[in-house]
Design a protein around this ligand. Structure first.
Ligand code: BES
Ligand code: MN
Length: 455
């Protein structure tokens, strides 16, 4: 094991250069103009996996390709088998003007590497690859078999991956899945995430007049769809931040006293949090702390709101339509379809007869929760303790990784969520970054994890 850790220490500089190569690919899965970049990035990964000694292949799908790589000899052995999941696709980088350095030109400032995808998720999955490289290149026997599955559609809903898991079910059968695509509260607070929120996405379209109308000639005698939509949306929350949709909270599993106590032990300071967010005052559901609100309570968010004229100057119209893109984050036991139905009924009830309403359902996923007491979770905690040299914490997180539910349903495997992103790493925002100390700790965590998990 010493030679593995020593190899990691000695090769840090090259690893950072390789991470720079990786983040140079503008692998934006949502934007069709980047299809070639997606392929190039996947190709780079396959070659990289082969160079470090893995058996790797590019697996085409109806969408973006999946990279699958296994430790040599894995097929025939009877040892324990773990899957490492990650994604090479990234969120769109816009707005470009808010980046201090261009999103696909990696720049090191202080202890961080700035680039789109640096933490979400390229830096985190590369850390695991480097850990395995250290075993393979030092001739240290891995105590288990590993298969890496690195996909290109995570940021757009992983639509091809469930089919991929079914097709490759036999080779992917494993004892557990390891995913580093979550966060930690602080650099000296490594964490095992034991719950993620689920999600239900939908779009609300309100239609009024057959075309945009002169607001002077017709305004006053016709319902304004933008106002109608705003009025409907305004009814979704009460002044205490509770969601008023009947049935919305029906299936919510309450936080236990133990969980609330654990959460309360995490360092949290209102004022720095407020400042970081850039809001004049914090807001959230009464009766819950901000950490509870953003990780263990369901929400209803508007992600985008559009209607009428958005260009320069003014245009005096009553717009023909208004639309909102919305998501609810779900907690354990809530069903996406049931929640969407409740929201749909609520909006219908509050939609005035003077406009028409359409709701389009989008992707959905249940929340995820595993016991932090399982043997695999305990093994992960030991690895974290050794890799970071400090005591790990148990956390729930508010983001969603829908595919982990499929790991359970299709492969029968639980997922260990061992993230490396800091709260201020700006995932999905301008100036995304990844802490290079955490890149190194993540590699150590990866290396030690296999020792702890295989016993
Ligand atoms: N890495 C995130 C998920 C995440 C972020 C989990 C922070 C825990 C803490 C992932 O890449 C992501 O952004 N997922 C999307 C899923 C959606 C597109 C279905 C999300 O949460 O919005
Ligand atoms: Mn993401």
């Amino acid at each position: 094991m010493d030679s593995v850790l020593d190899y990691l220490r000695r090769n840090q500089k090259r690893f950072v250069e390789e991470l720079c190569e990786y983040v140079r690919f503008p692998s934006v899965s949502a934007q069709p103009q980047h299809r070639k970049d997606m392929e190039a990035c996947a190709g780079w990964l396959v070659r990289h996996c082969r160079r470090i000694g893995l058996d790797a292949k590019l697996c085409p799908t109806a969408g973006h390709p999946v990279v699958m790589a296994r430790t040599p000899g894995a097929k025939s052995s009877r040892r324990r088998h773990f899957m490492v999941y990650g994604h090479y696709d990234v969120q769109p980088p816009e707005p470009f003007e808010l980046w201090q350095t261009p999103p696909f030109e990696p720049s090191i400032r202080g202890c961080s590497l700035f680039a789109r995808g640096a933490c979400d998720n390229k830096g985190q999955n590369l850390a695991h690859l480097k850990a395995v490289e250290a075993y393979l290149k030092t001739g240290t026997e891995l105590p288990c078999d590993l298969t890496f599955v690195i996909e290109g559609e995570e940021e757009v809903g992983s639509s091809s991956l469930a089919g991929f898991l079914r097709t490759h079910r036999a080779e992917l059968r494993c004892d557990a899945v390891v995913v580093s695509d979550t966060g930690i509260p602080a650099k000296n607070l490594p964490a095992l995430t034991y719950a993620l929120r689920g999600i239900a996405a939908f779009e609300i379209i309100v239609r009024g007049p057959a075309r945009d109308l002169h607001s002077g000639i017709f305004g006053g005698a016709v319902q304004n769809p933008a106002l109608a939509l705003a009025q409907m949306l305004a009814k979704v929350h009460d002044v205490k931040g509770h969601i008023t949709v009947p049935g919305f909270y029906d299936d919510v599993v309450a936080l236990t006293a133990f969980e609330r106590k654990q959460l309360a032990r995490l360092p949290f300071h209102r004022e720095p949090f407020r400042k970081f967010l850039g809001v004049p005052e914090l807001f959230g559901e009464h009766g819950f702390t901000p950490d509870e609100q953003r990780t263990a309570r369901p929400t209803f968010e508007i992600n985008g709101l559009t209607s009428g004229y958005q260009g320069e100057g003014s245009k005096t119209i009553v717009p023909a339509w208004a639309r909102a893109k919305a998501t609810t984050r779900l907690v354990p036991n809530q069903q996406p379809a049931k929640v969407i139905k409740a929201v749909h009924a609520f909006l219908k009830k509050h939609c005035p007869p003077t406009v028409s309403l359409e709701i389009k359902s989008g992707h959905g996923a249940e929340a995820y929760m595993v016991s932090p007491k399982s043997a695999t979770a305990q093994a992960a905690l030991r690895a974290l303790r050794k890799a970071f040299g400090c005591e790990p914490v148990l956390i729930r997180e508010g983001g969603s990784i829908p595919i982990v539910n499929q790991f359970k349903h299709i492969l029968g495997a639980d997922t260990l969520l061992l993230g490396l992103a800091l709260p201020d790493d700006n995932a999905h925002s301008p100036n995304e970054k990844f802490d290079l100390d955490l890149f190194a700790s993540g590699q150590r965590m990866g290396a030690l994890l296999w020792q702890e998990l295989a016993v």
